[in-house]
Design a protein around this ligand. Structure first.
Ligand SMILES: Cc1ncc(COP(=O)(O)O)c(C=O)c1O
Length: 391
């Protein structure tokens, strides 16, 4: 019988796509929509890849990934966060954080198990939980509490079916970070309930205020944490499809079991490039971060200036201003802005119900384009019946 799995049917297509399809048809569009660096992968990394191809390195690698890369990842985490992972059986190189997330969930979730998500959050989390046979359970967060949930709210969400809590700071879409104490409190809850933590730290290097706290480095966290990270954002390597997961051996080996059957290994060219990124890419990371930071200041100021209240994003490359005062829903605001001013932002409800009333604006585009986009957004807000003066 040719019918699509009910599980797959239950998940709707990503709300973000719809906007990108409209954009493809338009001229003179400025997109603050896509969560992707506008930088090209730094030349020395591309050069390393070209060299590896010249050397004929086009084969499969170990299912775990090149040992040299895993050793560098271990060293990197040790240097930055004083967390120690064994390259041989605790670090798995994956096809982006996307694959690592899928593997993590499939390795730990049994049918009906619950996974707690803090919304608004990255669009893939809930669908991936569902695809793994689990049930996503939402804890809502808001700008008032810096998009970090109260401990009480997390405690309430934990049931006997809870298998894991999903953490992701700095956050897509809010740009929020979480401090050491808040994260330690959540880790303590996970310990009490004896559940896993999956921590997606893909934006760790794009932290502008304070220091990034790696969840695995917290007391009692390492043995129950699956740490996900990758090269897409900090090294401007989205198209290479390369990431990694770190976890205690039993979990890492289970993830590897799935990975070896469904992906075999991450692409060798991407692995070779990632080796160069970790060996010699630090200055590029610093330079790109400094540029994002300038844009971050600009965009936050300009949103607040035009009456759309925007709390300070401390990490990633997203601003998440409130559009509630305009009287428009997130989708109405985004659609009308797109049609009248040709500027793309993503409606906040694409990231969960608690994202309603906000829009996500990525500042991974040039300073000049952000200035122009903000000019247009200002004019758009002024043109609304409840013009900004009255807001
Ligand atoms: C929070 C978060 N996790 C994971 C991903 C996907 O990362 P990758 O390109 O490594 O698959 C993204 C991409 O936007 C993201 O924002």
């Amino acid at each position: 019988m040719t019918s699509i799995s009910k599980n797959v049917q239950s998940v709707s297509a990503s709300g973000i796509r719809k906007f990108f399809d409209i954009v493809a048809e338009m001229k003179d569009v400025i997109s603050l929509g896509v969560g992707e660096p506008d930088f090209v992968t730094p030349w020395r990394m591309r050069e390393a890849c070209i060299y590896s191809l010249e050397q004929g390195r086009t084969n499969y690698t170990s299912n775990w990934g090149l040992l040299e890369l895993r050793q560098l990842i271990a060293q990197h985490l040790q240097n930055l966060y004083k967390v120690s992972y064994t390259p041989e059986n605790e670090i798995l190189v994956t096809v982006g954080v996307s694959e690592a997330l899928d593997l993590a969930l499939r390795a730990i979730v049994d049918p009906g198990d619950e996974v707690i998500l803090f919304e608004p959050c990255y669009v893939s989390y809930a669908p991936c939980v569902t695809f793994a046979g689990g049930v996503p359970v939402t804890v809502e967060t808001s700008a008032e509490t810096g998009f970090v949930p109260s401990l009480e709210a997390v405690r309430k969400a934990i049931t006997p079916r809870t298998k894991a809590i999903m953490l992701s700071y700095p956050s897509n879409p809010t740009g929020a970070t979480a401090d050491r104490k808040s994260l330690q409190d959540i880790v303590n809850l996970a310990r009490e309930a004896d559940i896993f933590i999956i921590s997606d730290e893909i934006y760790d290097r794009l932290t502008y205020v304070g220091e990034h706290v790696c969840v695995s480095s917290l007391e009692g966290a390492r043995e129950r944490t699956i740490l996900l990270n990758g090269f897409s954002k900090a090294y401007a390597m989205t198209g290479w499809r390369i990431g990694y997961a770190c976890a205690p051996p039993e979990v890492a080996e289970s993830m590897m079991k799935i990975h070896q059957y469904v992906a075999l290994c991450a692409p060798i060219t991407a692995q070779e490039t990632a080796i160069e990124a970790l060996s010699a890419g630090e200055q590029s990371v610093q330079d790109m971060r400094a540029e994002y930071n300038m844009r971050r200041r600009l965009i936050v100021k300009r949103f607040n200036d035009c009456g759309l209240s925007c709390s300070e994003p401390r990490g990633a490359f997203y601003a998440f201003p409130s559009v509630k005062k305009t009287g428009l829903s997130s989708e109405e605001f985004s659609e009308r802005l797109l049609h009248s001013k040709h500027v793309v932002v993503v409606p906040g409800n694409a990231f969960g119900a608690s994202g309603e009333g906000y829009v996500r604006a990525a500042y991974a585009t040039s300073f000049e384009k952000i200035e122009e986009a903000m000019q247009r957004i200002g004019e758009f807000v002024e043109s609304l019946p409840q013009a900004v003066g009255a807001l």
